[in-house]
Write a protein that binds this ligand. Sequence first.
Ligand SMILES: [Zn+2]
Ligand SMILES: [Zn+2]
Length: 434
Amino acid sequence: MKIEFHGTRGSIPTPSRRTQKFGGNTACIEVRTRSNDLIVLDAGTGIRRLGVNILQGDQAAIELMQAVEFTLESLAMDERLERSEGLRALEGSKPYKKEIHLFLSHFHWDHIQGWPFFVPAYVPLFNINIYGHLKADHRLFDVINGQQNLTYFPVYLDIMQSKKNFIELAEDTVCVGDTTVTSRFLNHPQGCLGYRITSGEMTVAYCTDNEHPADGSINPNVLELADGADIFIYDTQYTPEEYKTKPGWGHSTYEEGVRIAREAGAGKLVLWHHDPEHDDKFMEDLERKARDLFPNTMAAYEGLVITDFPCEPTESPAGDEAEAGAAAQAPDMQITPAAAVINPGATFLSMADPGFLARFGKALDQGLPPVDFDCAAVEFTSRHGLSALADLTGALQRRGVPISFSSMPGPVARMLHHTRFNLIASMQYTPPKY
Ligand SMILES: [Zn+2]
Ligand SMILES: [Zn+2]
């Protein structure tokens, strides 16, 4: 695996002489697997450079980029792209691996803002799988499309010529070739997913935008993602002193990062999601303090590469044999239903409660019974409650677990009917009357 950091800053881009060393672009990490699959973590402003890198070294690609740069200034983008000589030339040029897997942790600006400037998204030859948090109130497509409303950006999403697939995740495991990507909920306003990527012998855990529990415990989801990971990338936006004035802001500290890295037996801790106010001098100091506690620590900077490749990655072996090998390594996602009932009840309203997630995660691991949700405590006015409900039911439904609802208040049922019709269509549930 090869990991390259293209954007390391949290919250907002912070370009300045004072941030030159660690960088001013927001979240984006490139992960090349041993089979040369491309996984991208988040689409902050750092993804613009990655897009250029993917295409660079190819005259046709450069022409294409010039065409795109030009057409970005014009609303008639689609017509111009069709006429672009650069584009036609690219079709006959050397082969790139044209499948890209973009995993978004969540949809705050610092994690999606670079997407409209990701040049491969404009190239019809690319197939881009965009994975993101399943939400009760928005579809993934709408979230991405929303930031390209003409008020904010001159090019609609559907004018970008690549093929795009939108895959909504809850707590899942996805296979990318012979690499597995596992997602777990983190604790952050509006929700967030952390990822654990295993390719060959190497595992990286990406836990951005996560606030540690107030009771001094360690979020079991973070612990699970980081368990024995070679590389543990963690949201260390604040110093412990700064954190005192920022509880509830959804971020964590280097001390917490160290604590989790130790507990999880992680190999290397990477400090991540740097605060916009932390200049290079401050970051060096912060890195030193963290190293005193956990020697194998480093603060992520733009251009940092961590790899276990002895040399450049090679193409995976072609043919049935390779496919059979990949299938054999894929995790068994079959879960056998048993007869029992999970009744999380009021815990819908406290999805961030680590205890609840642990119990729910355990149930997922052990094999799931049919699930009955006691919805009496879900409030119509609580988006968090509805979102949590949709997240959980989505995760269960993907595993083929029978789901039923009981004691669902009428307004909640109507809201779900409007926002998550596909999700609940197959459940034991009577649609509301209007
Ligand atoms: Zn962020
Ligand atoms: Zn965030």
